[in-house]
Design a binder for this molecule. Structure first.
Ligand SMILES: CC(C)(COP(=O)(O)OP(=O)(O)OC[C@H]1O[C@@H](n2cnc3c(N)ncnc32)[C@H](O)[C@@H]1OP(=O)(O)O)[C@@H](O)C(=O)NCCC(=O)NCCS
Length: 199
């Protein structure tokens, strides 16, 4: 995430992590770390109200967005300098994180809090639901649609017009040729559901 910010933006960065025990007071010996809810609330109240989600899966990202907005924080979008997001994109939801070398093609629409990791490609007329996580190098091809909070593994390909239900998980390297029901995990080429007994 740091790599996706400008030098001026990096000067203002403060991290938040209340999950990892025994963290130092600074990340990389430089960036202050807020280690508790109380510290984060205090920081938002007295200084800059903006926050970005950084990395993490859909559930964590959504929880943090709701929590920080509840404390008066302003959910903010980040876009790396090398990302190509053209003027004809249908929409980019607030709080999206668009990492280096991402392509978002014309008429594509990104929901609130979407994470597009490095090198992901979202082609024309694709819809990516709120809080979806699209991993490095994944390809979402023309007009496919992802419901909210889906996870697409690294280098996976979703073929044109395919519809992915909410909370579905696409395994790394999968090629998705058919619609995927909500909450289903699929893997392989062509992608097939992971059997419950194997989970
Ligand atoms: C699909 C996925 C979510 C399954 O995770 P899981 O439920 O913990 O599954 P397991 O690791 O227990 O594997 C279950 C079975 O599926 C197979 N499997 C897991 N992931 C697979 C994949 N991507 N493609 C093909 N088979 C896969 C395993 O080999 C295993 O098979 P087996 O029972 O015959 O040994 C996960 O493996 C995956 O691909 N995640 C994406 C990771 C990613 O891209 N992260 C990006 C971070 S930036």
């Amino acid at each position: 995430m740091l790599q996706c910010l400008t030098a001026a933006e990096r000067e203002q960065v403060v991290f938040f992590d209340d999950l990892t025990p025994n963290q130092p007071s600074h990340i990389l010996d430089r960036y202050p770390l807020l280690r508790s809810v109380a510290e984060a609330q205090d920081y938002l109240a007295r200084t800059d109200h903006r926050f970005v989600l950084g990395l993490g899966g859909p559930a964590l990202r959504q929880r943090l967005a709701v929590q920080f907005q509840g404390w008066g924080g302003v959910l903010t979008t980040t876009m790396a300098a090398t990302a190509v997001v053209g003027p004809h994109v249908a929409g980019v939801g607030v709080g999206a994180n668009i990492m280096h070398y991402v392509l978002v093609a014309p008429s594509a629409r990104l929901g609130e809090g979407v994470l597009l990791n490095a090198g992901a490609a979202v082609h024309h007329d694709v819809e990516v639901g709120a809080y979806c996580e699209v991993s490095p190098g994944a390809r979402l091809l023309g007009r496919c649609r992802l419901g909210s909070s889906c996870q697409v593994g690294a280098m996976a390909v979703v073929l044109p017009d395919v519809v992915i239900g909410v909370n579905a998980i696409i395994g790394a390297g999968a090629v998705v040729t058919r619609n995927v029901p909500a909450g289903t995990t699929v893997v392989g080429v062509p992608a097939r559901p992971l059997q419950t007994s194997r989970k």
